[in-house]
Ligand binder design. Structure first.
Ligand code: NAP
Length: 500
């Protein structure tokens, strides 16, 4: 039976390069790569060799005969992307070995045509680790990495949910990279506190800023200062033992928690808040969070999107994973009335079908666990409070047009809640001494070269969320970092050529 990519897919495309028959798509050079929610194996072309299994850093690829019942839905998800009849008239990724050469490029990098280089990387999250890996392929490059926390690997340690053990396994890959003899990682070393950016630039031939997007977008509505309002990202930090959030407190005795926004972070938080504490005990979840979950009084976690089901920011693999996790999910069938997916958008069609399935056949309810309810078309207008404490949220009802635009209908809806979590995305913070695009929360750049207006800032580069914004999966950072290192390399080699 062919192999199947499952929910843990990190999208770093290692499997694509390992596959001898080019049956995993989209590849990094295909247009869909940047937007795909995961990679897919063509069941008709897969030769079942298992090369991809060895290459995958997160154990996401499983031979068909070893799939667990929870992973079975991914057989259809993979196959649908190659199905000529199901959603589109043509195969999505035409796999024709007569026309396409297998990728599998076992490349020895061309030596750097420049003197030895010492590069500083700020941060040690996924984009930093993938950048170091790419740099260290060049024999005359050494790398020093500066990490402000006592433990490395950033969001793969502190952002991935504790029950996503496969995804967290990417840290084994980063451990391997960290052991490289030409890489030094300095922990507890914060640029801007222990060393200035100028000092860093003086000591290294180049600086690569990979500091991520460490804060969250702010929800600009009245009432967010009240007790009982918090960001979902702070809750993620709390249950993952992030040192900045160990003192956070969340009232889990409340009957209803409202999560504003419906991206994958919202799903993570909803899944953990409603999870089985005995199962979570076997994960790395923080012990205070586990204790709080054991005594929770929550009956419902309401996950609210301001647009419709088709515009929901959660991805299909995460929705399937949630549905298969034993969570009690409720979708009111009327939320799906009149909603029609674009027949050419395979993922949207499958997502709508999955929501329809949940609405029609809600998973069996475990009375010991709170319910997760999805609501759509509700934009937060005000956090309702009483004597400084959250009592609920006032939403404005939107009508959603076919192109996904939300228009207020004039109707408002009040929802009672004792805890409101804003899960509307991460945001980058400015780096003193470097330009910053406040709206997008990124450092302006051209393929990773930091740009001050139309001039590059000499020797300073960016990668990851501070470069492109807080989107994509862990593995997305691999191609992003390769892009930045290509820019760095071109600059170093042209400077070297100019001096000879
Ligand atoms: P996200 O995917 O960008 O979702 C943000 C959500 O907030 C959207 O529903 C958005 O709605 C909504 N929103 C934004 N501004 C709002 C406002 N003012 N009022 C109400 N709603 C608002 O963000 P995220 O969940 O933080 O995820 C960040 C990235 O990490 C994503 O790429 C995600 O896939 C990734 N991630 C992946 C995983 C995983 O694979 N397991 C886990 C966690 C995170 P609109 O669409 O209407 O703007």
């Amino acid at each position: 039976m062919p192999h199947v990519v499952t929910q843990a897919c990190c999208g770093d495309a290692s499997c694509v390069y390992a596959c001898p028959v080019n049956c995993i798509h989209p590849t990094p050079d295909e247009p869909d790569f940047g937007t795909a929610e995961m990679l897919y194996i063509d069941p008709a072309t897969c030769v079942d060799c298992g090369a991809c299994v060895t290459a995958c850093p997160v154990g996401a690829i499983v031979p068909g005969h070893r799939l667990t019942p929870e992973q079975q839905p991914f057989v259809g998800v993979n196959a649908a992307h190659y199905d000529a009849d199901l959603f589109a008239n043509e195969k999505r990724f035409p796999v024709d070995m007569g026309k396409r050469l297998p990728l599998a490029p076992v490349t020895t990098p061309r030596p750097l045509q420049a003197p030895p280089q010492h590069v500083a990387i700020v941060g040690s999250g996924p984009s930093a680790m993938y950048a170091a890996d790419e740099l260290l392929r060049l024999p005359n490059v050494t790398v020093t990495m500066y990490e402000r926390l006592a433990k490395p690997f950033g969001l793969s340690r502190y952002g991935v949910a504790p029950d996503h053990t496969h995804t967290r396994a990417v840290m084994h890959l980063f451990d391997d990279i960290a052991r490289h003899p030409r890489l030094r990682i300095l922990l507890n070393c914060e640029i801007g506190r222990d060393l200035s950016l100028d000092q860093l630039r003086e000591r290294h031939d180049a600086v690569l800023w990979a500091g991520g997007a460490p804060t969250d977008k702010s929800l600009d509505i009245p009432g967010t200062e009240a007790d009982g309002f918090a960001s979902a990202t702070s809750m993620v930090g709390w249950y993952n033992d992030h040192p900045d959030f160990v003192d956070a407190r969340f009232d889990l005795s409340t009957e209803r928690v409202v999560v504003i926004g419906n991206g994958n972070v919202a799903l993570d938080v909803a899944r953990i808040l409603t999870g089985d504490p005995d199962a979570l005990e076997k994960t790395t979840i923080s012990r205070p969070a586990l204790a709080a979950l054991r005594s929770r009084g929550i009956g419902e976690v309401l996950v609210v999107g301001r647009r419709g089901p088709l515009q929901a920011a959660f991805t299909l693999p995460e929705l399937i994973g949630l549905a298969e996790s034993g969570a009690s999910i409720v979708v009111d069938p009327t939320e799906l009335d009149g909603v029609v997916a674009d027949p050419d958008d395979i993922t949207a069609g499958l997502k709508l079908a999955e929501l329809g399935e949940i609405a029609a056949n809600p998973p069996a309810r475990d009375p010991s666990r709170p319910v997760i309810r999805f609501a759509f078309g509700l934009a937060p207008q005000e956090i309702l409070t009483d004597r400084g404490r959250v009592t609920g949220v006032r939403f404005a009802r939107n009508s959603i047009s076919a192109d996904g635009t939300a228009t207020p209908t004039g109707e408002t809806v009040d929802v009672d809640a004792g805890l409101v979590l804003s899960s509307i995305g991460y945001h980058g913070v400015p780096v003193p001494g470097l330009p910053f695009d406040e709206r997008r929360g990124v450092i302006p750049n051209d393929h990773g070269r930091v740009m001050d207006g139309d001039r590059p800032v000499s020797g300073v580069y960016v990668t990851g969320w501070i470069k492109r914004g807080p989107t994509g999966f862990i593995g997305t950072n691999k191609t992003d970092s390769i892009d930045t290192i290509a820019s760095w390399r071109a600059d170093v080699e042209s400077a070297a050529a100019a001096t000879t």
